[in-house]
Design a protein around this ligand. Structure first.
Ligand code: HEM
Length: 345
């Protein structure tokens, strides 16, 4: 097939996938900006995109774009090296018209992919992947000692940007991304044949502006999220706490509805009374475990909500009461013979 067999066909695949990735990055940086100006709206978007079928299809399409772009990058580089043979080792200085990034697109791409792997582990694997696989909080990532709801993006921003290494790795990734995207942007137009003397300088300027805005915004965001995470803003913000509370109380009602439905199924099943009893116990244990995790999350992420505050205070008072002896052992005290007790020197 011409598209995969010819050199220009492969370059076209690189350009088309590259253009789609630039559009994705532009959308991504705008979505991150929402987390700065309106964090609760950002979580609502995360909830909407979450693990719904359309979001999963879009993510798979995006993954396919990345894979195609990376595979063809290697194929093209190998093909170029083969064509040039040993000549490439003779070049020590670049001709003036060849940019540094042009000769280092593969290395820059590898740095971006390395950043991306760390980024996916920090976010995607704990958010969309977890949500797609299970609704059980036992499988959720822990943020600040509690199971974080995968739809609450701000909790994951808090966890990620609290790590010292995160802004460092991100900034390295962004520098590589700037060079890679800037060169890729205008060279895709060149591949498409738009390389005349009038348009190429203009396209280079557009590429430089677009790339600088996108990567510059990512950089500002990384700095902003680091400051917010260090200040515990995503844990202390009252509007966010109310949003977390709503998400977790919704889960509690769902868990209650689900246990009732399952208990009913066991009740009307043909199982013997002993079997039913065992199943009820199993169901109750799973429910208690789930509720325990949700309650810990509510106490951690919604601590300033009045109901939660009152509940925490009530629990603390109960604990304090449990610490005291139930009754003072007056009888035992009366029985103690103190006549022979001598003061110790
Ligand atoms: C400050 C910088 C960034 C922040 C705070 C950030 C944040 C996030 C978050 C929270 C998600 C998870 C969304 C979800 O699964 O619901 C995500 C997904 C993703 N990010 Fe980023 N991101 C940043 C920069 C980048 C950059 C520079 C790239 C690419 C070079 C990138 C590529 C991706 C990809 C491919 C996904 C998966 C999208 C999907 O689920 O379909 N991100 N990012």
């Amino acid at each position: 097939m011409w598209l995969t067999n010819s050199s220009i066909g492969r370059k076209l695949i690189m350009s088309i996938t590259g253009a789609a990735l630039i559009l994705f990055l532009t959308f991504h940086v705008l979505m991150n900006a929402v987390a700065i100006v309106w964090p609760t709206a950002y979580n609502t978007i995360c909830q909407l995109l979450g693990a719904n079928w359309y979001a999963l299809v879009a993510s798979m399409g995006l993954a396919a774009l990345f894979v195609l772009h990376i595979v063809y990058a290697f194929i093209l580089t190998l093909q170029n090296r083969k064509a040039r043979g040993n000549d490439r080792y003779n070049v020590t200085t670049l001709p003036p018209h060849v940019e540094w990034s042009s000769n280092n697109m593969l290395v820059l791409g590898i740095v971006v992919v390395a950043f991306l792997v760390a980024h996916m582990i920090q976010f995607w694997a704990k958010m969309q992947l977890v949500e797609a696989l299970s609704h059980d909080p036992a499988t959720w990532a822990h943020v600040d000692g509690a199971a974080a709801n995968p739809a609450m993006g701000t909790l994951f921003l808090h966890a990620a940007f609290n790590e010292v290494w995160t802004p460092i790795v991100y900034i390295i990734g962004f520098v590589a991304l700037w060079f890679h995207m800037n060169h890729g942007f205008w060279s895709m137009f060149q591949t498409a044949g738009w390389n005349n003397d009038t348009w190429l300088p203009r396209l280079k300027k557009i590429a430089c502006c677009w790339t600088t805005i996108v990567v510059g915004l990512f950089t500002i965001q990384a700095v902003w999220f680091t400051i917010e995470a260090k200040n515990d803003s995503y844990l202390n913000n009252e509007d966010l706490q109310a949003q977390y509370f709503e998400a977790y109380t919704e889960m509690m009602s769902e868990a209650q509805e689900s246990i009732q439905a399952q208990a009913m199924e066991i009740q009307i099943s043909d199982a013997s009374d002993v079997e039913k009893e065992a199943k009820f116990m199993e169901l109750q244990a799973a429910f208690d475990a789930k509720m325990g995790l949700i309650q810990t999350a509510v106490k951690t992420y919604c601590k300033d909500i009045p109901q939660v505050k009152a509940w925490i205070q009530q629990e603390e008072a109960q604990k304090a009461m449990q610490g005291l002896p139930e009754e003072l052992p007056m009888e035992e005290l009366e029985e103690v013979d103190t006549t022979n007790v001598q003061p110790q020197n």
